[in-house]
Design a protein around this ligand. Structure first.
Ligand code: F6R
Length: 239
């Protein structure tokens, strides 16, 4: 894994946005895997400000979506992506894919989401955040590394961490659809963004811990093209 050290959140975001811009400019019809959460917000802001990079031929697949929230619910990941990126760049709507957490047949939704990724020849560049418990996407500790897109029950710690986006913790959905670890690992290249003191222990485990399903992100050590961009707070004393 390659590590890029950034001074702070802003610098981490700038570096990530620059990498994404370069990739899009090199391969205008790139398929990107995207994440939500606090970490990539500023990366999306930088991408949105850039008028030189065209999203006209870009296709995107998001990692995950809560079950039971409609796309217009301000806490849904559909809403988040529209707000932070899609409404601000020239990406055609039909090239945007997120799991539908409102689907009637959720198992069929998982199957067809995975199928759609395959039809697009897989993800060229996947952006990831890192959960404090090592989750990537919504793949919680203990998830098999073999899983593709599936339904998950969120860990109490994840519900707690995400409660900051909701009016109360009771409103945080208990389930989500997520790309599985196997789906993520098929991406040709992976970019992991890690910022802030709260992620220090998880980053240390990712960089120096053993590969274990109890720490989902540890599998990234076996992927041949992973870059971590971490800021000083997240890195702390990790060498
Ligand atoms: C979001 C996602 C999650 C987050 C992780 C970190 O689509 O898949 O794995 O990346 O929970 O979240 P933040 O960035 O809010 O710390």
């Amino acid at each position: 894994m390659k590590i890029i050290r950034a001074k702070d959140y802003q610098e981490m975001s700038k570096i990530a946005a620059n990498i994404l811009q370069d990739k899009i400019n090199e391969h205008p019809a790139i398929t990107l895997g995207l994440a939500t959460g606090g970490t990539p917000e500023q990366t999306y802001a930088y991408l949105s400000e850039d008028t030189q990079t065209s999203f006209e031929h870009v296709t995107t697949f998001n990692l995950d979506e809560y079950i039971g929230l409609s796309p217009t619910n301000p806490n849904s990941y559909h809403y988040y992506m529209n707000k932070h990126l899609f409404s601000k760049v020239n990406i055609p709507t039909e090239q945007i894919f997120l799991p539908n957490g409102f689907a009637e047949d959720l198992l069929e939704e998982c199957r067809s989401y995975e199928q759609k990724i395959k039809q697009h020849n897989g993800i060229d560049l996947q952006l990831l955040g890192l959960g404090q418990n090592g989750h990537i996407g919504f793949n919680e500790p203990g998830t098999s590394f073999e899983r593709h897109t599936h339904i998950v029950s969120l860990e109490p710690s994840t519900i707690e961490a995400n409660a900051r986006f909701f009016d109360s913790i009771e409103e945080v959905p208990k389930q989500a659809i997520t790309m599985g670890i196997a789906s993520i690992m098929k991406s040709k290249e992976i970019l992991v963004l890690v910022s802030g003191k709260a992620k220090n222990a998880a980053l240390e485990q990712l960089m120096h811990g053993k590969i274990d399903e109890q720490f989902p992100a540890s599998i990234l050590n076996t992927h041949e093209n992973v870059t971590i961009i971490a800021d000083e707070e997240a890195l702390g004393n990790i060498t």
